[in-house]
Write a protein that binds this ligand. Structure first.
Ligand code: SAH
Length: 456
């Protein structure tokens, strides 16, 4: 084994000034260029620490005392929100959080040598209670059914009823469902023995409508006392839909493939930018309603749409972006891999009286190359991929199709800058990245970039 040559040792005490905050919201102190990562401290703070772990190139320490606090420090944040990963940035003042997110993008762009301007992050008016969706594990602790959150990097449940960033109406529903499960004696799932019944409770809420969907994720198809239980949940405020999702597998994936509607309608309704949307249990839907409207508006403005444009909305989910722009353009073609989401998207086009949308179920990286082969015309391409970003096959096909404009909406700046590098090298130009704070108090960074084709 290589000998570790770190300037610090485990269990050694030290003091220093925090110089940086990593993407994971860990404070950094450098000892002779050797970085120590320390939770719950902020840049500029002078602290005493205890070294807890020493690796070859970096170590970890625990804060013992903050001798000089940052002016950006928010006091009185409960540790559970920091430690369970619910709100890792809650100790940082909101203006400093917005700067932190802008800086993340600046740092990553520098790594790929792209000289783009990063605009100040568009902030949220509401920094708590903004999430419209919750997925809460259910377990038994000391003989009592509990709902809460896993302790960081574990599956130990920490009971919790105020989740801080979720809509309070959702927290209330989860608590009420928990009490009903206790009352009817419906057992919680036991991960160790793969026994018991209820694994998770998922709740979704349409902010514009107040409609809530409750999904009980169960190890078995039918619940004990099912009729009485469902009747009682259906009587809770705002609940318009109850689904039993059947997940019999030993897996970390929350939802199983099969589900059964046991009360009301199979979707909730919400509104974005004046359009109505039906959202079913298996479909992706942005979790922060107000910031989503700002995000979409930023993307739409950047696209500079014309009435004759053929628009592609790739990674389209329930069709929200395409439907928001359909009235302004000639045609919208949507690509999405989850069939349930595409079914929602079709229903949503109809719900909004739109007839100029086309839908393709499939992987964007497989659909786009076939369109490139068929020389499908496209003027504006919206992409809104998951965290892993665009695949090389997708980018290659886009560079063949050559849309005049690409609007990239990204939930992961690391993959965004990687993909921007490829698109710029392939003949596109970008000037500005606009971060939008979709997830206040957390370290997630969302951004929008418009790219224009410069080479023919
Ligand atoms: N634009 C939508 C959805 C964005 S989330 C909105 O704003 O709500 C990303 C979407 O991409 C999800 O719906 C996911 O199911 C879908 N997706 C993931 N991988 C994909 C792939 N390889 N091809 C097409 N769609 C994919």
């Amino acid at each position: 084994m290589a000998k570790i040559q770190a300037p610090v040792r485990k269990n050694e005490k030290g003091s220093g000034t925090v110089t940086d905050l990593t993407y994971e919201a860990m404070g950094v102190i450098k000892v002779d260029d050797y970085p120590l990562f320390i939770a719950n401290v902020l840049p500029g703070e002078e602290i005493d620490y205890l070294v807890t772990k020493v690796n070859a190139h970096y170590g970890f320490a625990r804060v013992l005392a903050v001798k000089k606090a940052s002016p950006d420090r928010v006091e009185g944040v409960e540790r559970v929100y920091l430690q369970a990963g619910i709100a890792p940035l809650a100790q940082l003042s909101y203006p400093a959080q917005l700067k932190f997110k802008q800086q993340q993008v600046i740092n990553l762009l520098a790594k790929v040598k792209l000289p783009l301007t990063v605009a100040p992050t568009i902030g949220a008016d509401q920094q708590t209670g903004y999430r419209n969706k919750a997925q809460v594990p259910v377990r038994t602790i000391k003989g009592v059914l509990e709902t809460g959150i896993y302790r960081q990097k574990s599956h130990d449940l920490l009971p919790l009823s105020n989740f801080l960033i979720q809509a309070p109406q959702i927290d209330a529903t989860i608590k009420a469902v928990r009490d009903l499960l206790r009352e009817f004696g419906v057992p919680a799932y036991n991960e160790q023995y793969h026994s018991g019944v209820i694994r998770h409770i998922m709740v979704r809420r349409g902010q514009a409508t107040g409609q809530q969907m409750v999904v009980l994720v169960s190890k078995q198809r039918h619940l004990p006392h099912e009729i009485e239980l469902i009747e009682a949940i259906a009587a809770l405020p705002e609940v318009v839909s109850i689904i039993i999702n059947y997940n019999p597998k030993t897996t970390n994936v929350i939802l199983g493939a099969q589900e059964r509607l046991v009360h009301g309608q199979p979707y909730i309704e919400d509104e974005l930018l004046g359009h109505k949307f039906h959202i079913s249990a298996q479909s992706f839907y942005q979790v922060n309603h107000d910031q989503t409207e700002k995000l979409y508006q930023t993307a739409i403005d950047a696209a500079d749409l014309q009435p004759d444009d053929v628009v592609v909305d790739a990674y389209s989910g329930i069709g929200t972006i395409g439907i928001s722009v359909a009235e302004k353009v000639k045609t919208v073609k949507e690509i999405e891999v989850v069939p349930e989401a595409v079914a929602d998207a079709k229903a949503n086009a109809q719900l909004n009286g739109l007839t100029n949308l086309e839908f393709t179920v499939g992987k964007a990286e497989e659909v786009m190359p076939t369109w490139a082969e068929q020389q499908v015309k496209m003027d504006v391409l919206f992409v809104d991929p998951p965290r892993k970003g665009l695949s090389p096959e997708f980018v290659a096909a886009v560079l063949q199709v050559k849309p005049a404009k690409i609007v990239y909406i990204s939930c992961n700046p690391a993959t965004l800058v990687r993909d921007l590098r490829l698109l710029v090298d392939g003949g596109y130009e970008a000037k500005t990245v606009q971060p939008v704070d979709m997830f206040p108090l957390t370290n997630h960074v969302e951004s929008v970039v418009a790219l224009t084709r410069v080479e023919k």
